[in-house]
Design a protein around this ligand. Structure first.
Ligand code: NCD
Ligand code: ZN
Length: 346
């Protein structure tokens, strides 16, 4: 039995760090294990311009505790007013590594997202030309499409047409939750990647709804049926280059989750590496974990893999805090529902 595993230091290719006191409180949870992260721009107001991304990057670095190394990889929030020249300049300076597309109304802080995809055609064409990836929240928002079908419908009616209309556009399907998403990503060639979260490898929709509603398991895209979870497990543990980790760790203060209208988001930064080692071990794929957490993502983003290493050791039960105290309230850490035995070596 494998009891020790040394990987190149992992990166998180989809992360919410927020701002202010929340940023300060939760940043160490990621920086403790991860070298870099693609930082989502859905602040209020959103990070739309290169100048806003530069200022946000400075705030993240200022919030980093002394002695911790972490590189935020910045993104811009695509709006119908986004200026292709600003995007190109932010990319050329090395500041911005991706642009994020939220269909307006699809998720937390997405009101400034895109409704009319024709209006962003110029930006997408510029991105295809300069090789800047588009990170896509892949759900339609039509009221008449069932929430459990919104990802599959998005692939057919929005994503595939955009990719056909914009040859060369590099796309990351963010936090895929369905067998259809995994199959589409796998068939898309080298310009298409997909992130998979920690929690979607662990929970299905029953975990949210059976035996009482569990607000800390609610996120968007919402977890689907068991057969989709199994398809995601197969994708993540396959080692295929198109699949890489994006935790989508998304902190909300507990009162905002435990509410009559609770926010979407699971907070997994604290225990992701222990959970992933458990999942990959269960599927007999520990030898594929490094590709998922540390190799496939950098290769897609044309960045070097990290030189530093992270070691996991199998042992007694892993202890971690149930909640992280932040100046913006407590944040509940994702409970995988089973004991963890893979310790990240300090
Ligand atoms: C994210 C958030 O809270 O910002 N929530 C979530 O459920 N994943 C937004 C997102 O990535 O959809
Ligand atoms: Zn997210």
């Amino acid at each position: 039995m494998t009891t020790s595993l040394t990987l190149r230091r992992p990166d998180d290719w989809h992360l919410h760090l927020r701002d202010g006191a929340m940023l300060q409180g939760i940043l160490p949870e990621t920086a403790r294990h991860f070298a870099r992260a693609i930082v989502m721009p859905n602040l209020v107001p959103p990070v739309v311009t290169g100048a806003q991304a530069a200022a946000y990057r400075d705030r993240i670095l200022a919030a980093l505790p002394d002695g911790m190394a972490f590189e935020p990889l910045m993104t811009l929030y695509l709006t119908e007013e986004t200026d292709p020249a600003d995007v190109a300049a932010a990319h050329a300076s090395g500041l911005v590594k991706a642009v994020k597309l939220y269909p307006a109304g699809a998720t937390t802080n997405s009101a400034s997202g895109v409704t009319d995809f024709e209006k962003v055609r110029g930006v997408l064409e510029k991105m295809a030309e300069i090789g800047l990836p588009l990170c896509v929240h892949g759900e339609v928002v039509d009221a008449d499409v069932d929430i459990f079908d919104r990802e599959a419908v998005f692939i057919d009616t929005v994503l595939d047409p955009i990719r056909r209309a914009t040859p060369g556009l590099r796309v990351v399907m963010e936090h895929i939750t369905t067998a259809e998403g995994a199959a589409y990503a796998q068939s898309g060639g080298p310009d298409l990647g997909a992130t998979i979260t920690t929690h979607h490898l662990v929970i299905n929709r029953n975990h949210i709804l059976v035996g009482g509603i569990k607000p800390h398991y609610y996120c968007l895209p919402v977890a689907k049926r068991e057969h989709h979870r199994l398809a995601l497990r197969a994708a993540a543990t396959s080692g295929l280059p198109c699949f890489f980790l994006g935790t989508d760790s998304a902190p909300h203060a507990d009162p905002a989750k435990e509410s009559a209208c609770g926010c979407a988001g699971c907070f997994t930064a604290t225990n992701t590496m222990s959970i992933l080692a458990h999942v990959f071990e269960e599927d007999g794929a520990l030898d594929k974990l490094e590709r998922f957490t540390s190799l496939n993502g950098p290769a897609f983003y044309d960045l070097p893999a990290n030189d530093a290493r992270l070691t996991l050791e199998r042992g007694g039960p892993v202890t971690y805090p149930d909640k992280i105290d932040t100046g913006a309230g407590t944040v509940t850490v994702f409970d995988p529902g089973f004991a963890l035995h893979w310790h990240v070596k300090p």
